[in-house]
Design a protein. Structure first.
Length: 304
């Protein structure tokens, strides 16, 4: 909802400071028009959300902001929450022109689509931008194979199930998902087990690419002398069915009943075991702020 001229000025400042702009891009005019249109037509159920936060919105906004940034010396972009084939195409086009733009999608978009809104409790699957259509899922998956998508992250908003389900309209449904805890298991299952991705590509898309892009590599995102020894041990012998009772974020999970072929057995932070066998052993003082600097390669060309 930020005016385009203001985005222009902010991108200049970020570029001048050696930063990377993280953009959630939707075309507000199109989105607001679609809210008004569907309300006029009395199609206000949340199952119509993909018509509001739609693929045209992603097309217009991604192309607009990337073309703007391409005309600012030193600018670079990280596009969060890529949800549609149109967004994939916009990123691919900009990268083909040599511009340093990076795409992030969510495992929500890879594993759910607009048809899931029609299920009982379909609000559970919603995040912003909306879930899109099966053909958009296909484009997102294709883009994770050394294409326009460099990172698979999550949109983490924890709330109780009653809050997630209280909205039933396109204009009152709660966004966000409880998605962090099962993310690695889900993506290992669907990338490595089901689609044959290499372990290197799995690690890159879920960890090391983000560290590279965000100026944390090799301190993070690497197993190497001098790195921080932040390690998740993912056990491929510990497959299970995801249940809310086994998780710790909130009282529901949109991944309920999803079969996974691996599960974390241990998490190590800075060489210290902080989670083992599902038990949290960390203390608040275990975390620390890290000053970062985006690498010049990341900002000068599509380096990942």
């Amino acid at each position: 909802m930020v005016p385009f001229g203001d985005i222009w000025e902010v991108l200049k400042v970020v570029a001048g400071a050696g930063g990377l702009a993280a953009i959630h891009a939707e075309d507000n005019d199109i989105v607001m028009h679609m809210y008004e249109k569907l309300i006029r037509e009395d199609r206000v159920g949340f199952e119509n959300m993909a018509e509001v936060h739609n693929t045209l919105s992603e097309d217009l906004s991604f192309n607009r902001v990337s073309r703007l940034a391409e005309n600012i010396e030193g600018a670079s972009l990280y596009m969060v929450h890529v949800s549609a084939a149109t967004g994939v195409a916009a990123i691919a086009g900009s990268r083909a022109r040599g511009f340093p733009i990076y795409g992030e999608t969510l495992h929500q978009y890879l594993l759910y689509n607009s048809e899931d809104y029609k299920k009982p409790g379909g609000q559970m699957y919603h995040t912003y931008p909306s879930l899109k259509f099966p053909k958009d899922q296909e484009a997102l998956w294709a883009a994770t194979n050394h294409g326009a998508i460099q990172s698979i992250a999550t949109d983490e908003v924890c709330c109780p199930l009653n809050v997630k389900l209280q909205g039933r309209r396109i204009d009152d449904t709660t966004g966000g998902n409880s998605g962090v805890e099962p993310r690695l298991s889900l993506m290992y299952t669907h990338m490595v087990t089901k689609r044959g991705y290499s372990l290197n590509d799995f690690v890159a898309l879920t960890s090391s690419n983000a560290a590279r892009i965000m100026g944390l590599y090799p301190r993070k995102g690497a197993l190497a002398v001098g790195s921080d020894a932040d390690i998740v041990l993912l056990d491929p012998r510990a497959g299970r069915v995801v249940r809310k009772e086994d998780l710790h974020e909130t009282d529901y999970t949109p991944w309920e009943g999803h079969e996974v072929t691996a599960w974390p057995s241990m998490t190590i932070l800075g060489g210290k075991v902080v989670v083992e066998a599902g038990k949290l052993l960390a203390a608040p003082s275990d975390g620390k702020f890290l000053s970062r600097k985006i690498d010049s390669d990341i900002r000068s060309r599509p380096a990942v």
